[in-house]
Design a binder for this molecule. Sequence first.
Ligand SMILES: [Zn+2]
Ligand SMILES: [Zn+2]
Length: 323
Amino acid sequence: MSEFRKDPLHNKWVLTVPGRGKRPNAFSYEKSEEEGKADRKNCPFCEGNESMTPPEVDSFREKGKEDEPGWLVRVFPNKYPALNEKTNIGVLKNEFPDIVEGYGFHEVIAETPSHEKDIYSMNQDELLLVLKMYRKRYKILKKKKKIKSVFIFKNHGISAGASLLHSHSQILALPLVPPFMAEETEMIKKAKSCIYCRLIEKAYEGNRVLLESRGFIVFAPYASEYPYQLLILPRIHQPFFEEEEDEQLTILADVIKDVFIRYKKLLGAIPFNYFFNTPYMEKGHWNIQIMPKLTITAGFEKGTGISINPIPPENAVMELKRF
Ligand SMILES: [Zn+2]
Ligand SMILES: [Zn+2]
């Protein structure tokens, strides 16, 4: 039976339509020819090609100096930044305060020196280093003048918006709080207790919990917009990602590994987006939202703002639990 479901944190609805013309394995994913190609020579994120990127701003390395090989995780400004730190913040372009100069920071994190490795094949230690770099850059960028929010995200696969295939993430430090977060912040402020803590309870009741591992829980949100969408968050209320200790990040690396092994076994190495949702308040509860890119946004979704999800989240969890 189809069902309209309301997102508890945003003014958004999802239309859940189980089995809408979908046969089993309808979503299994094969890499396109372009994605299968390894072009190490022209890849600016490969070890040895450091001169092809702007100078690095950070790295974890085994050996070598800045902008030399020997790194494990490397950070540099985006060559084609969406935002620019040299822009004059606060200069309004017209009398209405609806244009703010694109001030901010836009960094790229090359997650591995290897062109072939990705989140599906990296081991826990490699994933842990990426998480540690997220935490480090987050702390640094959050302290920059006039920055109001820091946004960590990853696009994997061409159809999910990755322009380069070498495994990487991006961090944007913004001079404003984006609407998605602002809307959520308002809901969190109004609520008596943490909304995410309540969502965890509801996920148990609704059989939408995929896994629990010493401190973290993974579940499919009730109003999942996308097939196999998942939320990873600390099981006990924890507002701030940047305060997580190494021990917690080690467990998180294991959890991420587990999630992506399940995706791969069920669907293949699917394209996806993930982002860190980090509200700036005690009542907030930091989390990671993973959105596989398996469906196409078409006329209905664009015109109404209502997403159609052919895999109800409780079914998605049941399928992912088989592995
Ligand atoms: Zn590469
Ligand atoms: Zn909470």
